[in-house]
Design a binder for this molecule. Structure first.
Ligand SMILES: [Zn+2]
Ligand SMILES: [Zn+2]
Length: 338
């Protein structure tokens, strides 16, 4: 009897071992199922996160356009353009995210951490965090975009009502001249009428800015290095640049975000353009406010405004086309050694 007991015990043990092994395999398979499921879920989240991410530059560009258009229409500056733009992007991004929630039960949130001037003055930098949540899994993704302010841009479903150009204009002349008679758009350029002369308030030579003009849309000058402007035959490059209304990189001129706040200069790397004086003149002018936009508009401190000497960039046999430039800007555009 005692021996039989041992045999039974041994048999039971032999049966238990495979059972344990089988259980281990089953547990392992269950775990495997769970991890496969996790991968599928995070893949889906990754796909949605990418889709949301692709919309950030499109919506940023659209918000920039709307904010600038509002400033040019009203002539009002913004107290803090970065915060206004950041909040507007975030709101539009979350309107977009609710679509995902409705369709898939996945919660998507896009937090815009910051909007700021980029190291390239023709870009705006946007830092965001995308959160995708389903069941107990949260996928968290930080992204950074440098959004160009140049040229036209593809429209998305939020800009269906747009019937004007998607190009971004320079808000500064509209803000600066609001109280001096405003400006109008004529032949694709900003036309100042008497407002710029009034703005300059009787400074020596300010009368040449009666009926002055400057570019409307921000376009980057392709003539690089800039010294080639003046180093060309008969200033042809300078004339082409002026005729096309190009903007140049400038450490003195304000960036787009600071222009929206009504500032002509700022600490960021910005841009500048030429303001063309009227060609109608009764007598020769030898000294007038410098024809660079950030110099003319630097009335925050009168000492920032400085004069320039005439530079004839074109003569058609009858009319002399002139800019007024100081030593520094002559040197920048290669006009100095003529
Ligand atoms: Zn140029
Ligand atoms: Zn700035």
């Amino acid at each position: 009897m005692e021996n039989k007991g041992y045999v039974m015990g041994g048999l039971a043990l032999l049966l238990i071992i495979p059972s344990i092994l089988l259980l281990m395999v089953l547990v392992d398979m269950l775990n495997l199922d769970k991890s496969v499921d996790t991968i599928i879920k995070s893949d889906n989240s990754f796909y949605i996160s990418g889709d949301v991410e692709r919309n950030i530059p499109i919506i940023t560009r659209q918000v920039l356009k709307e904010v600038v258009d509002n400033a040019t229409t009203t002539g009002n500056s913004l107290p803090n353009s970065r915060i206004v733009i950041k909040n507007a992007i975030e709101q539009k991004m979350n309107d977009l995210s609710t679509n995902y929630q409705d369709n898939s039960g996945i919660t998507v949130k896009c937090i815009i951490n910051s909007v700021d001037s980029a190291s390239d003055p023709f870009e705006v930098e946007v830092n965001s965090t995308i959160l995708v949540m389903k069941d107990n899994i949260t996928y968290n993704h930080k992204v950074n975009h440098n959004v160009s302010i140049l040229g036209t841009y593809p429209q998305n479903k939020f800009s269906m009502n747009f019937n004007s150009s998607t190009e971004i204009s320079d808000p500064l002349p509209f803000i600066k001249c609001k109280k001096f008679g405003g400006v109008i758009i004529k032949n694709g350029r900003i036309s100042y009428g008497s407002s710029l002369k009034n703005y300059l308030g009787g400074v020596n030579g300010s009368e040449i800015y009666e009926n002055a003009t400057s570019p409307y849309y921000i376009k980057k000058c392709p003539y690089d290095p800039y010294k080639s402007h003046g180093n060309s035959t008969k200033f042809m490059t300078l004339k082409n640049c002026i005729d096309n209304g190009y903007y140049h990189e400038s450490s003195d001129g304000a960036c787009l975000l600071c222009r929206l706040e009504g500032r002509s200069t700022c600490n960021h790397f910005g841009f500048e353009t030429f303001i063309l004086p009227s060609t109608e003149r009764n007598q020769q002018v030898i000294r007038a406010p410098c024809s660079i936009d950030h110099v003319i508009f630097s009335n925050e401190n009168l000492n920032d405004q400085y004069p320039g000497e005439p530079v004839q960039y074109y003569f058609n046999g009858n009319i002399s086309y002139e800019l007024f430039l100081d030593h520094g800007h002559k040197s920048k555009y290669g006009i100095l050694d003529i």
